[in-house]
Design a protein around this ligand. Sequence first.
Ligand code: ATP
Length: 560
Amino acid sequence: MEYAEFATVCDRLAATDADLEQVQILADWLTKADADMLPLVVGMVRGKVFEPWETAELGVSSSLTVEAIDTATGVGTDRIETVWSETGDLGDAAAWAVEHETQQSLFSEPLTLERVYETLRDLADFDGEGSQDRRVSEVAGLIADADPDEARYVVRTALGHMRLGVGDGTMRDAIAAAFLDGSDAASDAVERAHQVTNDYGLVARTARDDGRNGLADLDVELFRPVQMMLAKKAEGLADGIDDVADEPDDAHMEYKYDGARVQIHVDGDEIRVYTRRLEDVTAQFPDVVEAVGEHVTADRCLLDGELVGYDPETGGPIPFQEFSRRIKRKYDIEEMVEQIPVTLYLFDILSHEDDSLFETSLRDRLVRLDGAFEPSEGKIERAAHREFETEGAANDFYQDALADGHEGVMLKNLAATYQPGERVGYMMKVKPVMEPLDLVVTRAQWSEGRRSDYLGRLFLGCRDTEGEFVEIGRLSTGYTDDELAALTDELTDLIVSENGRMVDLRPEVVLEVEYEEIQQSPEYSSGYALRFPRYLDVRDDLSPTDVDSIERVESLYEDQ
Ligand code: ATP
């Protein structure tokens, strides 16, 4: 497919804010696309060259892109940076540079969508000395063959930010409109298929070739992670028990551990560990792979659980903040295994041997789980649990969880099925304090004075009903200098544009923030402002789609 056609559709998508119109534009295009091209089309329009669980990274920064634009066009890095800061977008700066290029490439080949995709994917394989120069030259090669509009989207794809506003909701509705009848029920069918497969390319093809029935038949597959079921917050233990199940006999309680959610896929000797963001972290956890290899007795299964780090001296659990070093560390892994040993607490199983268990009750899934592994203390265990008997006994269990250094308890409905990707009422968490919010950093401001090298003021966003981010406050306290330096490093790579001391960021870093109160405020696009927000932690385990929603903010506001 000609890349020019792709760029034209992107322009049309960018030109409208209206969701329905976006859905229509996308649906028309999907209908016209070749069946074989659908996965590529669906991924590229969302700026995705890799699936989240592919361990590859493009390794393209803003500065590398500026160099590539200059190499291709010869307009000079200063001028590129000027246009970048004027327009706020490096893609627009690339379009401008191609329009004003001072050199023509000798052998120009028209760009195709396949070529852009393959070239960008190959960048991830460059390693070692000279790899950055090779990246510059490959990206420059694409820009040299692009017209201004194409250059804009090549650059935006390389930087992973298309600026089209095509979120999950738009894609879901477009697939439902292109290949089904476009009704709410059709969108639900697409959504369910996506939650199970996490692959819109596959979902689009299946909807096109086999319709609703085909979508319903899509099932979990090993080594393609499934979105994890999430919890709602209970207003205290007694309310939670009332809410979670109609029958007290169906109420199941477990410790709520403060670790990292993991999904473990096992097929014989092949074992892989995925995070809640669906990233593959197998390499970071050889000890977990070993424990699973030794103690899981099933040949094939997909397990759900929490990894908790503990202090080897005291044997007590360590806070997630400390444990998260293990998830990030990509070298000296053996050292980390010694320093921060982990226990895997299992609490669910989504497939066992040849059976998919989504439609099976939790009661039966737990029987399957017990049949799939042999516990080994401190390495791999069932999450501490008990059935509900009396309120007194439930409260004792809750107090035990807290006394053992855990966060609280989870209440679950034993009669319920597994709902991937949903925050459902048959999994409820009970924790003692008013909960902080998880918010994404949308913009930031360079500090003045002593901290002028730091992005010291961070603007925070929650999700609105369309899945876009709306701002709810700015944060400038709660972190140490070291934490702020690390945050600044992380955020600097995400800068999309700078205007004086203000920078626009790709919304990727999620922070856990506490605050005193929520107020209504015209100052922020959400209509709310956090009073006295304080930084608590970086939530590397969360993706931007996991941040708290405006509905949650509204309900906290109502309740306070
Ligand atoms: P929190 O910040 O309270 O951990 P969250 O936003 O990370 O919340 P929630 O869906 O609210 O996620 O809470 C569910 C998380 O709790 C799970 O993703 C998992 O990581 C963790 N967890 C700990 N123990 C359990 C358990 N026994 N069952 C299910 N989830 C558990």
